[in-house]
Design a binder for this molecule. Structure first.
Ligand SMILES: Cc1cc2nc3c(=O)[nH]c(=O)nc-3n(C[C@H](O)[C@H](O)[C@H](O)COP(=O)(O)O)c2cc1C
Length: 369
């Protein structure tokens, strides 16, 4: 499975994988794909440096990337405390009431919330970049809009390709104008922040909009047949996020959550602002239902919602409070029915891809039945 982009990066399979877990990213790179480590959860630069050191030691000199979440809109000179102060008491009370309704215990005295995501504040993301450019990353991806021009220039100075996620052809064109090298066309089915256009429609629109820039198809891909479909639509590779969550290398810290993912069907996700303030696909839970209920106060905009719910999400995860327990995940969760290693997933993906190509060749009359 070779494309121009996979040749440029020197990878065996044009399979890119976003993951918050270094062990998954490294395993994908070792399996011949391209692991991309999500940086958004690293508030402390030292923690990111520690995990990038680990990645270096476990990727056999093969290429990998980093993903940051820099919002397109810049907020100058605003600290985390300033942002915290903007959260209305009504919303804090709603969090308390929702947790109390389900009997969610408090964290221990002094216990830090492990889920405190501030990486989507520009100053935090910039701290991550200061660390990242000390490592031989080959690709820097940005989730929310094009990264600022100085970040693109800095990446290019380091010989790093810049990728950006796009949920529409308009976004993709904007990325191309901003000097981005690779556009990830992320369809509605995808886990995490997503737009309203399904991959089947979005991928060819984005390919056409940014040609000749390479496009990666993302959203709803969990089989080799779906990879073949993405490549047939003009993509130069695929970008998968959800599928890795139930691999043996993933570290979800919760058996109950893994069990929920393995049991979930493709209809068990919802695109909700409950977690971050921007629409993100995730498991539908009583937590998302509470935030999506018109009778409640509704979610705050990013980054307020993320700060507001950080501790609550940690408590729900720590105590595995089943009705509220969730995670970003896409509709492909319906196919994630057993725990496998990253290598097994890649083997299955490449086998399925070959099967699909053989089948299409037969249909096209290019090979014997
Ligand atoms: C748990 C989870 C967290 C995610 N967080 C991010 C993120 O921080 N940055 C990002 O660019 N994309 C993020 N995404 C989206 C993925 O990069 C990817 O585009 C998406 O998962 C592809 O669709 P799929 O879930 O159908 O494979 C996340 C996805 C999941 C499942």
């Amino acid at each position: 499975m070779k494309t121009e982009l996979s040749r440029t990066l020197g990878i065996e399979h044009a399979i890119f994988g976003f993951t918050p877990f270094p062990a998954v990213a490294a395993a994908l790179t070792r399996a011949g794909g391209f692991g991309v480590l999500g940086a958004v959860r690293y508030t402390a630069p030292d923690d990111l440096a520690r995990d990038l050191d680990w990645m270096q030691e476990h990727t056999d000199g093969l290429p990998y990337g980093l993903d940051v979440v820099m919002p397109a809109k810049k907020v100058e000179g605003v600290s985390e405390a300033d942002v915290e102060a903007m959260i209305p008491e009504e919303h804090r009370a709603f969090v308390r009431a929702t947790l109390a309704k389900h009997g969610v215990p408090e964290l221990a005295e002094g216990e830090a919330s492990g889920w405190r995501i501030t990486g989507w504040m520009e100053q935090v993301a910039r701290g991550q970049l200061d660390v990242a450019f000390d490592y031989p990353i080959k690709l820097l991806a940005n989730a929310l809009g094009s990264p600022p021009p100085d970040v693109v220039a800095r990446a290019h100075d380091h010989g790093v390709l810049v990728a950006a996620l796009a949920g529409s052809a308009r976004h993709a064109r904007h990325h191309a104008e901003a000097g981005i090298d690779v556009v990830v066309a992320q369809g509605y089915e995808a886990g995490g922040h997503t737009g309203e256009i399904a991959s089947m429609v979005l991928t060819p629109e984005v390919v056409e909009a940014v040609s000749p820039l390479p496009v990666l198809a993302a959203g709803g891909i969990g089989s080799g047949e779906q990879i073949a479909a993405g490549l047939a639509l003009g993509a130069q590779g695929v970008w998968l996020g959800s599928i890795w969550l139930t691999t043996t290398e993933a570290d979800l810290h919760s058996r109950a959550l893994t069990a929920k993912l393995l049991a979930a069907g493709s209809g068990d996700t919802v695109r909700s602002r409950a977690l971050t303030g921007k629409p993100a696909r995730q498991l539908r839970t009583e937590w998302t239902d509470a935030w999506d209920d018109p009778a409640g106060p509704g979610p705050l905009p990013m980054p307020l919602q993320g700060l507001l719910v950080a501790e609550a999400v940690s408590r729900i995860q720590k105590y595995e409070v089943d009705p509220l327990l969730g995670t970003p995940v896409g509709q492909i969760v319906g196919r994630m029915n057993s725990e496998r290693s990253v290598q097994q997933v890649v083997d299955e993906l490449t086998r399925g891809f070959e099967k699909a190509v053989d089948r299409i060749n037969r249909i096209a009359g290019r090979s014997e039945a």
